[in-house]
Write a protein that binds this ligand. Sequence first.
Ligand SMILES: Nc1ncnc2c1ncn2[C@@H]1O[C@H](COP(=O)(O)OP(=O)(O)OP(=O)(O)O)[C@@H](O)[C@H]1O
Ligand SMILES: [Mg+2]
Length: 260
Amino acid sequence: MSEHHLLELRGVQKSFGAVHALQGVDFHADSGSVMALVGDNGAGKTVLTKCVAGIYQIDAGEILWDGERKHISGPKDAAGLGIEVVYQDLALCDNLDVVQNMYLGRETRSSLRRLDEAKMEKEALGTLDDLSVTTIQSVRQQVAGLSGGQRQSIAVAKAVLWNSKLVILDEPTAALGVAQTRQVLDLTKRLAEQGLGVILISHNMNDVFEVADYITVLRLGQNVAEFKRTETTQREVVEAITAGTLSDVPGMQDEEEAVR
Ligand SMILES: Nc1ncnc2c1ncn2[C@@H]1O[C@H](COP(=O)(O)OP(=O)(O)OP(=O)(O)O)[C@@H](O)[C@H]1O
Ligand SMILES: [Mg+2]
């Protein structure tokens, strides 16, 4: 691991009027590993994401990228650094096909007027292939006809195609079935294996424990704990999320199973 974190937040604060969504948050994500960001509803996970993505401006604190302090004042700044956020369902245009979605706003032109469709199609296919996304039958089909998991895979592949260094997945499996969840979790692991930094936001402890290397717990706008996945249990993480008021949640695995 390099001496700097890929992304580091120090003492980040963000308020909306009287709502103190982030109250001095320290957080980090690193290349080649998955950081899970967990916490109850309203803990500040999405606000943190949007601050990193340039959608919100932080009120105080600092954001470091590869050890350098950066001002991320809009989505273009974030994209320029190589930060890509995948939001459930919002990431794609229904009426465009897979290739068009992956190149949206960045279309390759071979001559001045004509889009280089063949080149774009080849690169899109190559990227999906690299990520072992095999269930999409044609990259010329409209994404409206794809399943939730397939759409999620396309959104992730788009991030990879554009050489992102950090991919943030905000509850990517919340609305997915078993097989589709499998697909997205495998993809999440593969991103980290390819050397990208990944931040996974999820309420599902089984998903978190399957793919995360590290787990940060936010509670009421503060980071309250960081765990190494191999050195903690689902029970311990749930207790940190709920300030000790709960020690298990529906669907949670037995403690022995959770320790791997
Ligand atoms: N644009 C906004 N204006 C005012 N308050 C906001 C805004 N965005 C978020 N908040 C508040 O900030 C707090 C953190 O919200 P956030 O969306 O980050 O929670 P979350 O951890 O993502 O929760 P969930 O798990 O439900 O998605 C909440 O109290 C929320 O009401
Ligand atoms: Mg959220």
